[in-house]
Design a binder for this molecule. Structure first.
Ligand code: ADP
Ligand code: 5GP
Length: 193
């Protein structure tokens, strides 16, 4: 099977959340490559693009542009995270694909409040040391590594309490397989053959 799949039901909303450096971006990229009926929502942010980060990783905007879009009701959810705005545009249900949101816990809480049927998968690192290694390996500067590790201590209890599923991202292939199994089960429950 190839190309776009139109499910005969409302699109699922799959929220992938978890602390910085756990591997969320890597996982969602693998999911959408594997399954063409998943649509990865492209967030807006006011943060600077990281060296080496893909140009289309986000829609990079100024604070004024972000606030204007927010005030027009353009975001499904938005938050301020470590000094920058991040927001998910209101999804286009007409795409016919199930939507994947890769967002932090405050945004996840907002989406669950409006769409309690959304599936929240919270991703944890195998250990704090491994999370630190991943942040450093990705090229985050020392102060950002410390900030993100501290923030993780706040985020994890909230995320675990809110989550429908918790996945530990140790081996990447295994994690992506577990996530696909969760999505397949949700599709079946929603009436997919
Ligand atoms: P996040 O989006 O959660 O901030 P990233 O996807 O940017 O995290 O991943 C952070 C770093 O960890 C990247 O360098 C990525 O290649 C690496 N990574 C992701 N998953 C794994 C894994 N299962 N094992 C080892 N390294 C990983
Ligand atoms: P980063 O700066 O590492 O790309 O992202 C910082 C945090 O913001 C990550 O936890 C990421 O998942 C989250 N994030 C990215 N886009 C959005 C968004 O649209 N909304 C919310 N609430 N969080 C987002």
């Amino acid at each position: 099977m190839s190309g776009r799949v139109t499910p005969a039901r409302s699109p699922l909303i799959i929220i992938v959340s978890g602390p910085g450096g756990v591997g969320k971006g890597t996982i969602v990229d693998a999911l959408v490559k594997r399954d063409p009926s998943l649509l990865l929502s492209r967030s807006w942010t006011t943060r600077q693009r990281r060296p080496g980060e893909r140009e289309d990783a986000y829609v990079y905007v100024t604070r004024n542009e972000f606030e204007a879009h927010r005030d027009r009701g353009g975001f499904l959810e938005w938050t301020e995270f470590l000094g920058n705005y991040y927001g998910s545009p209101v999804p286009d249900a007409a795409s016919g694909r199930d939507i994947v949101l890769e967002i932090e816990v405050d945004g996840a809480q907002q989406v669950k409040a409006v769409h309690p049927e959304a599936t929240l998968i919270f991703v944890l690192p195998p250990s704090r040391d491994e999370q630190r290694r991943r942040l450093i390996g990705r090229g985050d500067p020392d102060d950002k590594v410390q900030q993100r590790l501290r923030k993780a201590e706040e985020e994890e209890p909230i995320g675990r309490a809110l989550a429908d599923e918790v996945v530990v991202n140790d081996d990447l292939d295994q994690t992506v397989g577990e996530m696909m199994d969760i999505i397949t089960a949700r599709r079946k429950a929603a009436g997919s053959p």
